[in-house]
Write a protein that binds this ligand. Structure first.
Ligand SMILES: NC(=O)c1ccc[n+]([C@@H]2O[C@H](COP(=O)([O-])OP(=O)(O)OC[C@H]3O[C@@H](n4cnc5c(N)ncnc54)[C@H](O)[C@@H]3O)[C@@H](O)[C@H]2O)c1
Ligand SMILES: [Zn+2]
Ligand SMILES: [Zn+2]
Length: 384
């Protein structure tokens, strides 16, 4: 089958790899209909993780079930399903408590937790930027879709990762109706956090970035765009909140945060959040931070040590939630919002491409080329 293969930093190819297949009785095999490129793929694409050359990308996957193992009871051939990027078992200590983002069964390293398709440090699972995907524990992991699956495909595919992840950021921050919320990052994840804050009834949503195309998308759903190449975002938020700071804040950038001129500082957004959020406020951090960064700007950052303004964070009595999102905690409810026409996360989609378009698309999405806000790969499309 054809798949997107990582060859080395900023070097990918689309080539034949061994077909995905049923390996265990609890597996299902999915023919991919849509699979997205994510900001998390870019950390790997840029060589800023230990992702091994030769592996395939793709953790935002949706498709049609074409085969089920003989231990699968619920999911049937022909079902249209969306797969959480987390691969979880459902029966380990962490899964049982709802932390499917920290599954112990699917992570081969006993010192770690959590697994995902085509992801650095999350097990050796193949990615879905391919024609087919093997899904372990299919009954547990696959979320089945209704008759509107094909019509709303570009909305439903966001349930694999970014919509639940943005929602998780607002959950960890503690967003409730009437809150003011500041979100750093207007990439796909930040925009989903803005949509989630809107769904929860936030009174004021401010989104900080410097790319006009992404900020425009935030404005389209009623958020206030804050261009940090033009204004100091902390001062802006304080001015909008009677000098108190926002009730809640979301980190949707991650360890490759930089100022608008490109100088990297992995602590930049977290420290700006500590300054922008009020005393006793909550912060949800879903942007990825890692304990090792081969391309870090300095030695401390290379070991994941970042200079957090902990004193101010402590003084303000803020809460801070971190980590990968437990997609299964939210995907069913968010699916039903989409089905009812009350959430349309596909408004951020800019490109729909074939597998062969991936090389060009990765470059443009990585360069944050104007107009490349979210890329959907559709293996069924003829290459152009
Ligand atoms: N926790 C999870 O489960 C989870 C899931 C998906 C993605 N992620 C992570 O979320 C982060 C965002 O993902 P994405 O797909 O939106 O990525 P993206 O790279 O497309 O978007 C990041 C945005 O942040 C902006 N940015 C950079 N520095 C900034 C700063 N100092 N202030 C404000 N904005 C700044 C960039 O201009 C860009 O628009 C990534 O780190 C990704 O790995 C985490
Ligand atoms: Zn993702
Ligand atoms: Zn588990």
């Amino acid at each position: 089958m054809k798949a997107v293969v990582y060859e080395g930093p900023k070097d990918i190819s689309v080539k034949d790899v061994p077909d995905a297949k049923i390996e265990r009785p609890t597996d299902i095999l999915v023919k991919i209909t849509t699979t997205n490129i994510c900001g998390s793929d870019l950390h790997m694409y840029e060589g800023r993780t230990d992702f091994e050359p030769g592996r395939t990308f793709g953790h935002e996957n949706m498709g049609e079930v074409i085969e089920v193992g003989n231990g699968v009871d619920k999911v049937k051939k022909g079902d249209r399903v969306v797969l959480p990027f987390n691969i979880s078992c459902g029966f380990c200590q962490n899964c049982e408590r709802g932390y499917t983002n920290y599954c112990l069964t699917n992570q081969p390293d006993p010192a770690k937790a959590g697994a995902a398709y085509g992801f650095a440090g999350m097990g050796e699972f193949g990615g879905g930027q391919a024609e087919y995907l093997r899904v372990p524990y299919g009954d547990h992991n696959a979320l089945r879709l209704g008759e509107d699956a094909a019509d709303k495909e570009d909305d439903y595919v966001m349930l694999s990762d970014i919509f639940p992840t943005g929602y998780h950021a607002t959950e960890m921050a503690g967003v409730i109706p009437g809150d003011s919320v500041v979100i750093y990052g207007a990439g796909p994840v930040g925009l989903m956090a803005a949509l989630s804050a809107k769904i929860k009834g936030a009174a004021k949503i401010m989104v900080v970035d410097r790319h006009p195309d992404r900020l425009r998308l935030a404005e389209e759903i009623g958020a206030i765009a804050v261009d940090d190449s033009k204004v100091d975002p902390v001062e802006f938020v304080l001015a909008e909140t009677k000098g108190l700071g926002a009730d809640r804040g979301c980190e949707c950038v991650g360890y490759q945060a930089h100022d608008h001129l490109g100088t990297e500082d992995p602590a930049l957004t977290l420290n700006r959040l500590i300054q922008s959020v009020r005393f006793t406020g909550g912060i949800g951090s879903v942007g990825v931070f890692l304990p090792a960064d081969p391309g870090a700007p300095n030695k401390d950052a290379a070991e994941g040590k970042i200079a957090l303004d902990y004193g101010m964070h402590w003084l303000k009595g803020q809460t801070l939630g971190n980590g990968q999102a437990p997609v299964k905690r939210y995907n069913r409810h968010l699916r039903d919002l989409i089905s009812a026409g009350k959430a349309n996360p596909s408004w951020i989609v800019s490109h729909r491409i074939s597998l062969d378009g991936a090389v060009d698309a990765y470059k443009n999405f990585d360069d944050r080329t104007d107009g490349w806000t979210k890329v959907l790969i559709k293996p069924g499309l003829a290459s152009s």
